[in-house]
Design a protein around this ligand. Sequence first.
Ligand SMILES: C[S@@+](CC[C@H](N)C(=O)[O-])C[C@H]1O[C@@H](n2cnc3c(N)ncnc32)[C@H](O)[C@@H]1O
Length: 193
Amino acid sequence: MARDWVRWHDEYDVPGSSLARRLEVVRDCLRPLLDRPRRVLSMCAGDGRDVLPLLPAGSQAVLVEWDPALAARAEQAAPAGVTVVTGDAGITDPYAPVAPAEVVLACGVFGNIPYADTCRTIEALPTLLAPGGTVVWTRAGAGAAEVRDVFAANGFDELAFHEPPDARFRVGVHRLRRPPEPFVPGLRLFTFV
Ligand SMILES: C[S@@+](CC[C@H](N)C(=O)[O-])C[C@H]1O[C@@H](n2cnc3c(N)ncnc32)[C@H](O)[C@@H]1O
């Protein structure tokens, strides 16, 4: 049965919950990256509460979310310059208007796709990023170690990795070290499971 992602978001509103704590860590990672108007994309954006309140005026952002109710919430919270796409974040096409992006969010993605898709997505990130562009990502539990390895193998420097000892969530920040690559329309990155 398909997961109820609207209900999944309810945990954000429980003070001290794992998701509420993860949100604060993600926002702390984003703040220094959003020090001026930026080009931002968010894959599987949910209701966008991590990035939308932090976007400096003049930013351009594309948030891609499959669930129409969550996309509608994101749309409501979105300032000017933000496009919310209700659709498949696993293919590059919706990112075309904002690529190359300076900041990419992949939060709540890598734990829900096969490892091969995680590898394919990270390998393709240089086609979505501007020079020195940064990715903020999350992954629960032991799988985060694999994600860090894949970033390292694909020319990214690790700027931060947060692993609170009393929580399962992990949050990483990786910056593209090598030159970016041209945007590739129609490229399949991942399929959500
Ligand atoms: C674990 S939640 C993460 C949401 C948000 N990024 C966050 O961290 O709060 C995963 C989200 O991916 C969305 N999703 C699932 N399949 C998707 C797809 N193919 N394209 C876009 N979004 C998708 C779900 O509806 C859900 O909102």
